[in-house]
Design a protein around this ligand. Structure first.
Ligand code: SAH
Ligand code: SF4
Length: 416
């Protein structure tokens, strides 16, 4: 994969394709042997043809490899015993099944788990490329919060990720790799040993039943990789997480919203956070480019939107900034006519922030108003606070660690 500094359009047939807004895959260093994790079926087929697999066999081989990677959790080719030894050796000569490296693992008393993951590339000034991935178990589901970028080019004033200097897009493999790492660590492969501590989903279902693209980064500024990764995650013969259980959260990259609906088809969450442009300009500076009216228009036109597939509007509760009853009223007015849920998020403070979380009574009043107006308005309960696993805090703790502390964490992770 090469860096592509220019905006690239995927539309080949359209007469005047809208340019795809994206962050370049800056500073990505492809490993000598690529990992097959995250390859689409078509790319996998190409790869097999490239190493001399007869074209007539590729369909079956793709099917087998797909099953080994995404159903059985294979970490090397040797275990793929449904294929000849010769082919396994050949695959191993050219490819790996590598996932991002786990540098640290933290487990909260409530069962929330956070992994710090190292990606290829040494970054600038010795800053390694690292992202975080968080697993949040509830009794009826297990949600994996996945990152799409190292850092974020956007600079939302209440978000810690926005203060990070280093930015690069993740590849599709690095995004899918986070799901595989989580399954590795949760023992969620046939024959694995799942955890028994903290909250464990008990509906007889899976440990990872839901995915939210709410980790570090703006997924719609890394559209192609996020799309390709989510299509792999939703593939019914592999990881098999239904698109209705996958949510992509965006700060409002308007031109890419319709494409997300058309080409990915997952649930959409929109980080609204304010009802007036003057306030949203301050909180989510992308609003200056795509103001509220344009954003709401894009939401109304989100492909596949209906009462069973609602848009979630995220709204971070900031004391004295956006949390008045007048704001709640304006919010209800704004989303009128859109099949919507409103998700109120208590602000997670980080060192140096100028914001405070709204008082609990204020959050309740706000929530009651929105609820009475007919909208489901859950307040997102903070989870894993003891390990800073909440939104906007990802990676902030580990960034402050010294090299020695990092080594210690790493050693700890390896002995678990
Ligand atoms: N970039 C995307 C997805 C990642 S952020 C987006 O902005 O939507 C996931 C959610 O966490 C967003 O709604 C974001 O606004 C919110 N968030 C960021 N920092 C936060 C903080 N400190 N406290 C609470 N929510 C925060
Ligand atoms: Fe980026 Fe989302 Fe944070 Fe804004 S809230 S800086 S878009 S990660």
């Amino acid at each position: 994969m090469t860096a592509s500094p220019e905006p690239v359009s995927l539309d080949t047939a359209a007469p005047a394709p809208a340019p795809l807004e994206k962050t370049p895959l800056e500073a990505y260093v492809a490993p000598d042997k690529p990992s097959l994790v995250g390859f689409s079926r078509a790319a996998l087929k190409e790869a097999l043809i490239g190493i001399g697999v007869p074209p007539a066999q590729t369909k079956m081989r793709v099917q087998q490899i797909w099953h080994w990677i995404y159903v059985r959790g294979a970490q090397n080719f040797d275990v793929m015993t449904t294929m000849s030894k010769d082919l396994r050796v050949e695959l191993d000569r050219h490819f790996t099944l590598a996932r991002p490296e786990v540098v640290a693992e933290q487990v909260s008393s409530d069962g929330t788990r956070k992994w710090l993951l190292r990606l290829p590339g040494d970054g600038t000034a010795g800053n390694p490329h690292e992202v975080e991935c968080v697993y949040i178990p509830e009794t009826d589901r297990g949600t994996l919060c996945v990152s799409s970028q190292v850092g974020c080019t956007l600079t939302c004033s209440f978000c810690h990720t926005g203060t990070q200097r280093l930015v690069r897009n993740l590849t599709a493999g690095e995004i899918v790799g986070q799901i595989l790492v989580a399954r590795d660590r949760l023992g969620e492969w046939p024959g694995g040993t799942p955890p028994t501590d903290g909250i464990v989903p008990t509906d007889g279902g899976r440990f990872i039943s839901n995915i939210v693209m709410m980790g570090m980064g703006e997924p719609l500024y890394n559209f192609e990789a996020v799309r390709d990764a989510l299509l792999v995650a939703a593939d019914g013969e592999g990881i098999g997480i239904s698109k209705r259980r996958i949510t992509l959260s965006t700060s409002g990259v308007v031109p890419n919203i319709v494409r997300a609906g058309d080409e990915i088809g997952v649930m959409l969450a929109v980080s609204l956070h304010a009802v007036r442009d003057s306030v949203r300009d301050e909180l989510v500076p992308l609003n200056k480019k795509y103001p509220i009216a344009q954003l709401m228009e894009a939401c109304r036109n989100y492909p596949g939107l209906n009462n069973a597939r609602r848009i979630t509007f995220e709204y971070v509760m900031l004391k004295g900034v956006n949390d008045s009853l007048a704001d709640a009223k304006a919010l209800v007015k704004l989303v009128k006519g859109i099949p919507a849920k409103i998700n109120l998020i208590p602000f997670n403070p980080w060192p140096g922030t100028r914001y405070e979380c709204s008082d609990w009574e204020q959050i309740e009043k706000f929530s009651e108003y929105v609820f009475a107006a007919g909208y489901s308005s859950p307040v997102r309960t903070p989870r894993g606070r003891d390990i800073s696993a909440a939104c906007g805090q990802l990676k902030s703790e580990t960034e402050r660690l010294t090299a020695r502390e990092r080594m210690a964490l790493r050693a700890m992770a390896m002995t678990e």
